[in-house]
Design a protein around this ligand. Sequence first.
Ligand code: OAD
Length: 228
Amino acid sequence: MRRIVILTGAGVSADSGLGTFRDKGGLWSRYDLSEVATPEGFARNPAAVHDFYNLRRANALDAAPNAAHVALARLQAARDGVTLVTQNIDDLHERGGSGAVIHMHGQVTRALCNACGARWDAPRVMAPGDACPACGAAATRPDVVWFGEVPYHMERIAGALASCDLFVAIGTSGEVYPAAGFVEEAARFGAETLEINLEPSAPGRFDRVIGGPAVEAVPDWVDEVLGT
Ligand code: OAD
């Protein structure tokens, strides 16, 4: 059976109303990335960083999964050998029905203690003075990966890329490493590569490109894979 690794980005949640980062009017045109998405920015102004992620969390919790999330869950349920990796910090894959989701950039719905490493479900609103439920330190942060930090689950992802037959990137601009390099990594191990995106992110980088909004293109592709 063909083993498939799927990497999703902000484009898969765009039709659920969550903004992307680099499209016109995207998050990084409205916020200074170095202030809100780095450990240094958090050290300088934790309240501003919490405000940024409190808004991300509220938007994510108020959003509903779309047809692309649901189709990927249908694919995972219908066959073995599908590894779903996401750069997204929202929980829309899970609420769309996916059981196993690898959140390489963490989850905005989770909290992390910078002092003891404990993790727990984040409250809707986090603040700099919040105490860690495990050690009591006022060192809590959203459990997301910032620029300059190492993404989560990299060994597991490398293993899946090395043994997959098909690598599919959906709704990601391919600008942020290491995720941006997964296509080359998979290809080096002999996998076919497919991009599904509103517009091709890098012509020539993938064996095949399917253009269009994820809500239409992903269910169609899942039907193709399942022969439905
Ligand atoms: P980007 O904002 O960089 O890219 C979003 C991609 O989705 C673009 O290629 C769009 O063309 C595409 N897109 C937009 N709407 C779409 C739709 N309706 N259907 C299909 N595709 C659509 O977002 P990411 O690639 O996810 O990291 O960004 C990667 C990382 O950069 C994020 O995880 C985040 C960010 O900085 C951190 O914060 C560490």
